[in-house]
Write a protein that binds this ligand. Structure first.
Ligand code: UTP
Length: 294
C-alpha cells in the first residue's frame, strides 16, 4: 500500500496516564500540568506543535484531567481583572497561548489501557488523514523544534516517521528501539522496530523519543486491541504491523537536542534547570545561584 501525502494538520496529545511515578504530586493534579519554569509541561508541547504548523490539538484525557481543558480555555474573570489593573503584558501572554475557538478537541480514554489505546480514542476526530502524535511528558529541547523537523522530513518522504535519539547500549531494553539503514543520516528508512528488546538483542541504540507522524491506517490495527508488554495496548506493536504486514514506509528522524522525561522526577528537575538557563531573564542569575549551591 502506498502511503498518502496529505498535509499534517492535527496533533494527538495523550494525557490520560496515571502518572504514578510522580505521586503524590499527581494524586489530584495531572502530571502534564506540572510547571517547567512558568509554563505547564503540556503548554511546552503544544508550543512545539504550533511552531510546526499544527492547527488542531486533540487531547486524550481521563479522570482528574479537567484542568487541562480549563488551561486551554479563556479565563473571563482573570482577564477582566488583569485589564482593569492595566496588566497588558500578562494579558498578551494569555492571549498568545490561547488556541482559536474550534482548534481543540477533548475526548476521554475511560480506562488507562495503554498508549496504543489512548491513540485509538482519537480515531474519529483524526479521520482519514495522517496526524502528529506528541507524548506530552517528553520535552524535546532544541533550537529547531522536533516536530518542525519531522514535518519537513514528512514533506520529503511521506509515510510514517518517528523521532529517535541514541541511548547508552545497556539501556536499550527500557525503550522502543529501531534499526535504520544508515544511522549517520538525519533521516533514514527504518528496517526494524522492537519494543523493549531483551538485553543484547537491540538492532541499534536509537530509541523512539515520543514524537511521531502516523498514517490513519494505524487505527485499523489499534482497533484489534491486542495486549502487549505489561498487559497494555502498545502503540509500537501496531506500528510494527503497519511496517511489516501493511508494508507502509517508516523513517527515523534523528533528534539532536536534549530530551527530558518529565514523568520522572529527575527528568522534570533537569528540564526546569535547562529551560530556565536558556532564558535571558532567568539564565544568568540561576547559573550564579547554582554555582554557589553545588
Ligand atoms: P507513560 O507510561 O509515561 O505515562 O505514558 P503514565 O502511565 O502516566 O506514567 P507512570 O508510569 O504511571 O508514571 C506516556 C504518555 O501516554 C499517556 C500518558 O499520559 C503519557 O503522556 N498515556 C499512557 C495515556 O494517555 N493513556 C494510557 O493508558 C497510558
Amino acid at each position: 500500500m502506498t502511503a498518502r501525502k496529505k498535509r499534517i494538520r492535527k496533533a494527538v496529545l495523550p494525557v490520560a496516564g496515571l502518572g504514578t511515578r510522580f505521586l503524590p504530586a499527581t494524586k489530584a493534579m495531572p502530571k502534564e500540568m506540572l510547571t517547567v519554569v512558568d509554563r505547564p509541561v503540556i503548554q511546552h508541547v503544544v508550543d512545539e506543535a504550533r511552531a510546526a504548523g499544527i492547527e488542531h490539538f486533540i487531547f486524550i484525557t481521563g479522570r482528574n484531567k479537567g484542568v487541562i481543558e480549563d488551561h486551554f480555555d479563556s479565563q473571563f474573570e482573570l482577564e477582566r481583572t488583569l485589564a482593569e489593573r492595566g496588566k497588558k503584558s500578562e494579558l498578551e501572554l494569555l492571549s498568545r497561548d490561547l488556541p482559536d475557538a474550534g482548534q481543540t478537541s477533548f475526548t476521554r480514554q475511560q480506562a488507562p489501557l495503554g498508549l496504543g489505546h489512548a491513540v485509538w480514542c482519537a480515531r474519529d476526530i483524526v479521520g482519514e488523514e495522517p496526524f502528529a502524535l506528541l507524548l506530552p511528558d517528553m520535552l524535546h529541547h532544541a533550537d529547531t523544534p522536533c516536530m518542525a523537523d519531522m514535518i519537513r522530513a514528512y514533506d520529503k518522504h511521506g509515510g510514517n516517521l518517528v523521532a529517535v535519539s541514541p541511548v547508552p547500549k545497556d539501556q536499550t531494553h527500557l525503550y522502543g528501539i529501531v534499526g535504520v539503514e544508515n544511522a549517520k543520516d538525519k533521516v533514514s528508512p527504518i528496517t526494524k522496530m522492537v519494543e523493549k528488546p531483551p538485553r543484547g538483542t537491540a538492532p541499534s541504540n536509537l530509541h523512539i523519543t515520543g514524537r511521531y507522524i502516523l498514517q490513519p491506517e494505524i487505527f485499523d490495527l489499534l482497533s484489534q486491541q491486542e495486549r502487549g508488554t505489561g498487559g497494555e495496548i502498545q502503540l509500537t506493536d501496531s506500528m510494527i504491523r503497519l511496517m511489516d504486514e501493511a508494508r507502509q514506509p517508516f523513517h527515523a528522524v534523528r533528534f539532536d537536542g536534549d530530551i527530558y522525561d518529565c514523568g520522572s522526577k529527575i527528568g522534570f528537575l533537569l528540564a526546569n534547570v535547562a529551560y530556565a538557563l536558556a532564558r535571558d531573564d532567568l539564565g544568568p542569575s540561576l547559573k550564579a545561584e547554582l554555582r554557589k549551591m553545588v
